[in-house]
Design a protein around this ligand. Structure first.
Ligand SMILES: O=c1ccn([C@H]2C[C@H](O)[C@@H](COP(=O)(O)OP(=O)(O)OP(=O)(O)O)O2)c(=O)[nH]1
Ligand SMILES: [Mg+2]
Length: 149
């Protein structure tokens, strides 16, 4: 298992270090490191600290912050940036842009699990400038070019 450097920035997070909930989990739940609840009216967005920082330190990996399905589906709590991308050289606090896209007010409680972190492999690439591509089966077709169903 790959090891990633983790800093606990807020002592209250010591007992909430991210951990996989099951042996097959892809995501590590992130908690809201808050002094008091935050009320999010429909349409509101808040930048919520997690009290944690990671330094992936390897350009072959990145982390994604994704919504939790229960909060997103049942309560409309998703991410203001839709997906958060954590660069391998980022050393600052993990922040969660929390957006209430629903129709009812939501109260986010201190230390509630509000999003999840997924570590993913990344390929950094170089570009070779060309005038023409070698022909492919798809060519430039997209946006439904293969039919709808
Ligand atoms: O949901 C997020 C998204 C990003 N970040 C941090 C980690 C990431 O490495 C950094 C920059 O993110 P991004 O490149 O997506 O934002 P930007 O608007 O392009 O900012 P920058 O100019 O700093 O790259 O902000 C978070 O903590 N949470
Ligand atoms: Mg950027």
């Amino acid at each position: 298992m790959k090891s990633i450097a983790l800093k606990v920035l807020d002592a209250r997070m010591r007992e909430h270090v991210p951990a996989y909930a099951t042996s097959g989990s892809a995501g590590l739940d992130l908690r809201a490191c808050l002094d008091a609840p935050i009320t999010l009216a429909p349409g509101d967005t808040a930048l919520v600290p997690t009290g944690l920082a990671i330094h992936i330190g390897d350009p072959g990996y990145a982390a994604l912050i994704l919504p939790r399905s229960g909060l997103g589906h049942k309560h409309g709590i998703v991410l203001g940036n839709l997906v958060g991308l954590i660069d391998s050289d980022y050393q600052g606090q993990l922040m969660v842009s929390t957006w209430n896209r629903g129709q009812t007010t939501f109260t986010l409680e201190p230390f509630e699990r509000l999003a999840q972190l997924v570590i993913v492999p990344v390929a950094q690439v170089g570009f070779e400038r060309v005038e023409d591509f070698a022909a492919s089966e798809r060519g430039a077709g997209g946006f439904g070019s293969t039919g709808r169903g």
